[in-house]
Design a protein around this ligand. Structure first.
Ligand SMILES: *Cc1c(COP(=O)(O)O)cnc(C)c1O
Length: 410
């Protein structure tokens, strides 16, 4: 690495992180390993540019190549979801998922307007109405949750709440929900109460593109996704909206919330979208789900309780109450042997979010490394042995390193 001479301190830490990522098992469902090509674009000279505005209408000179790159990214974004540019518009400038959601809210709403989203302790994202967040302070949020018994979305109940609350915008999509989201039903609910529909597919975009989860198109008015989760690109986001909202969305992103787009990131998004258009991406997306189902089944076989009794997508929530350990404890115990996951609340959790009664685990990263169902059996066994204290820590740690090293990173 060329920075090792100029800045050995940072270079060392980056190398250490590289080794760490190679030797650990990453089960964080929002993480993934971006390709070398995506990272090449990110680290390219495009990082030098400033290009406020949009292709053909910039506020600076010197944008010949940047314009072409952004057009390609927009074009590929629509192609990934099989959308016609006569009906849909893509904005590829959002820095990340959080500002992109705020851009959607601010495009068609006024401060004080009501937004309905999923309860945060049942799977919703902090941008869907955390009271102390800025969106939480300027908009009036109402919430729906999951059914107590099935731990799944109950669309009749959501309609009831929507009729009572009369939101101007409904958000469907989550950060910790393991079941299929019925976008058509959400659109029917939104239509009945005359609300806009935003599908936040940050987590499942890769699955949608790969045909492993139903598409939010043509049902949602706005679709927002991060580009770094199952989509496996650079950190960032994109918004796709019905053509009629093009002006409002573009204005909400720039100059509404952002200044110059990160052109290196836009180029990396274009590379990532190109990868997602490759037929191999479908195989990847389907394998993510197969792996998640296998992992859930294996964990159940070891006696774990999985929220909603399984998964349809890339993640699952493990309810640890029967084991008498908290999510926080479990996260730490697993980290000690090199399995990285995060504590999470489960529906109607008696614990506070910082403790949590569950852990959230997902398979996008391991699937990128080439792991399949067979390896999920090993991962489940390692988790069970750790949390049920069946084997010595140092022995388990060695097994984790051995498994991880069999599937090296790019
Ligand atoms: C990750 C996520 C976001 C926000 O993404 P950041 O890039 O971390 O700001 C928004 N919505 C959902 C549902 C997410 O999972």
């Amino acid at each position: 690495m060329s920075i090792s001479k100029k800045d050995p301190k940072i270079a060392k830490l980056i190398s250490a992180e590289e080794k760490y990522e190679n030797e650990t098992i990453d089960l964080i469902p929002s993480e993934n390993y971006a390709s070398l090509e995506v990272r090449e674009a990110l680290g390219s000279i495009l990082s030098n540019k400033y290009s406020e505005g949009y292709p053909g209408a910039r506020y600076y000179a010197g944008e010949i190549y940047v314009d072409q790159i952004e057009e390609i990214a927009k074009d590929r974004a629509l192609k990934m979801f099989k959308l016609s540019p006569t009906k849909w518009h893509a904005n590829v400038q959002p820095y990340s998922g959080s500002p992109a959601n705020l851009a959607v809210y601010s495009s068609v709403l006024e401060p004080g307007d009501k937004i309905m989203g999923m309860k945060l302790d049942q799977g919703g994202h902090i941008t869907h109405g955390l009271p102390i967040s800025f969106p939480g302070r300027i908009f009036d949020f109402a919430f729906y949750g999951v059914d107590e018994k099935t731990e799944m979305l109950d669309y009749d109940e959501i309609l009831k709440i929507a009729k009572k609350e009369k939101p101007k915008l409904i958000i469907c999509g989550a950060t910790a929900y393991s079941r299929t989201i019925d976008f058509k039903k959400f659109a029917e609910i939104a239509q009945k109460v005359n609300a806009y529909l935003l599908a936040d597919i940050s987590h499942i975009a890769g699955l949608v593109i790969g045909g492993a989860h139903p598409s939010p198109f043509p049902y949602a008015d706005f679709v927002m996704s991060t580009t770094h989760k199952t989509l496996r690109g650079p950190r960032g986001a994109l918004i796709i909206c019905k053509k009629e909202f093009q002006k409002q969305i573009d204005r909400a992103v720039f100059p509404g919330l952002q200044g110059g787009p990160h052109d290196n990131q836009v180029a990396a998004k274009a590379v990532c979208f190109g990868e997602a258009l490759d037929p191999d991406f479908k195989i990847y997306a389907k394998q993510i789900v197969k792996n998640a189902k296998a992992l859930a089944r294996e964990l159940q076989g070891h006696g774990f309780k999985i929220v909603s009794n399984g998964t349809d997508n890339h993640l699952m929530l493990v309810d640890l109450r029967t084991l008498q350990i908290t999510g926080k404890d479990a996260q730490l115990m697993l980290e000690e042997i090199g399995i990285i996951c995060n504590k999470n609340t489960i529906p109607l959790d008696p614990e506070k979010p910082f403790i949590g009664s569950g852990i959230r685990i997902g398979t996008p990263a391991l699937t990128t490394r080439g792991m399949k169902e067979k390896e999920m059996t090993i991962v489940a066994k390692l988790i069970a042995a750790t949390l049920m204290k069946k084997e010595a820590k140092n022995k388990l740690e060695k097994e984790v390193v051995k498994l991880a090293k069999k599937f090296p990173l790019e």
